[in-house]
Write a protein that binds this ligand. Structure first.
Ligand SMILES: [Cu+2]
Length: 382
């Protein structure tokens, strides 16, 4: 340890501190027997652990787990290990004014919390299948994450505990592992723990992978992981605001006073609502905010499960687009970004003037079903 500190001190005298993040040697980054490196990336995770635990604590744990459209700031340089818990459980949620259904959720909302890590970070993930418990998420929880206080602040999403015992699983697109092991299905009352390394930067989907995957995702089990590139994006020091937007579809049909999932509608790709951040009013009753002249960055994820998104901001042009959030995939000057189901992008635009800007899926049938939001721009600040 001392030798390494000396080495680092020596290095910092010869290199500017703002250069590449701290680089550890391969030996220091490999944690378990069986792990190996290819092209600087770590593969060969240990087998997942399935167990029973007497746990009724916060269902979301992790300091970089946030509620949409927030993204947690990262204060570390690189190669950090994040201990993250995201339990799965049923919740009665609202998708439009007065339209509620008993959703299957990660963390109690649809979409679930956004996890933010840096390329090269390791995630030690725990999930308890609590679909047979009444879990409440309406109050901030001691030991929870920023997710709960952010959730408590929004005025559109109303959640109530519900029970719907079902087997579930977790599939992180940001993880490179054997899916039959890590993404395996867990019955109610059991927990799973596994690790993955964020080998690739980008904006990634996570979802339940238990059959019918269409049904489990349409029932609400999805969210986003943002893996910021080690080197950052070239505009990092120019960005004034950043927000996460997840687009998705609901397939609901009225049964008496309540709404239920309609598998035929899902198979026929005929959504009842298409939404940003889980609710028709999420980005209308609480518009995004910026000022004229500011650079706004959006982390976009189209969770689907079926439809494409043609994302557009009326009155703005995307100055930078990094498709899938990888800095190698840079486009300039785009009017619309086309995202298939599970595709993503990081987009930036300059807010041209004070005013109100509509965010839409330019496939207008979907905008009319709810995939619309607003960015309110204040006057230019000098
Ligand atoms: Cu599921």
């Amino acid at each position: 340890m001392q030798a390494r500190q000396l080495l680092l001190t020596a290095a910092s005298m010869t290199l500017a501190l703002s250069l590449a993040p701290l680089t550890l040697t391969a030996d220091e980054r490999l944690k378990h027997d069986g792990e190996f490196m290819v092209d600087g990336m770590i593969f060969g995770m240990p087998e997942a652990r399935v167990f029973e635990e007497d746990y009724d604590g916060p269902p979301v744990v992790g300091e970089t787990m946030t509620a949409l459209p927030h993204l947690a700031p990262l204060t570390h340089e690189g190669n950090k290990t994040h201990e993250v818990r995201l339990d799965t459980f049923a919740q009665k949620i609202e998708v439009a004014n007065g339209k509620t259904f008993n959703a299957w959720t990660f963390g109690g909302t649809v979409p679930g919390p956004t996890l933010h890590v840096r390329e090269g970070d390791r995630v030690v993930f725990t999930m308890k299948n609590r679909s047979d418990e009444m879990v409440s998420v309406t109050e901030p929880v001691p030991g929870g994450s920023p997710f709960f206080s952010q959730l408590n602040e929004n005025n559109y999403l109303k959640t109530e505990p519900a029970v719907s015992p079902m087997p579930h699983s977790m599939d992180f697109h940001s993880g490179t592992v054997a899916a039959d092991d890590k993404w395996r299905t867990i019955p109610p009352g059991q927990s799973i723990e596994f690790e993955w390394v964020a080998n690739y930067p980008g904006v990634f989907m996570y979802h339940c992978g238990t059959p019918s995957v269409l049904m489990h995702t349409a029932m609400g089990q999805y969210g986003a992981v943002v893996v910021s590139p080690k080197e950052g994006y070239d505009t990092d020091d120019q960005v004034d605001r950043e927000y996460v937007i997840v687009q998705s579809e609901y397939y609901l049909r009225k049964h008496g006073d309540e709404y239920r999932y309609d598998h035929t509608a899902a198979m026929n790709r005929n959504p009842s609502q298409v939404v940003f951040n889980g609710h028709v009013n999420a980005l209308n009753s609480e518009p995004l905010r910026a000022n004229a002249g500011e650079r706004v960055r959006l982390y976009l994820m189209n969770a689907g499960p079926n439809d494409t998104s043609s994302f557009h901001v009326i009155g703005a042009i995307f100055d930078r687009v990094w498709y899938e959030g990888n800095r190698e995939n840079e486009w300039r000057g785009m009017q619309t970004v086309l995202l298939g189901a599970s595709n993503s992008a990081v987009v930036e635009f300059i807010v041209p003037e004070e005013g109100s800007y509509k965010l839409v899926d330019h496939e207008f049938a979907d905008a009319e079903r709810g995939a619309a939001g607003t960015l309110i721009a204040g006057p230019r600040r000098q």
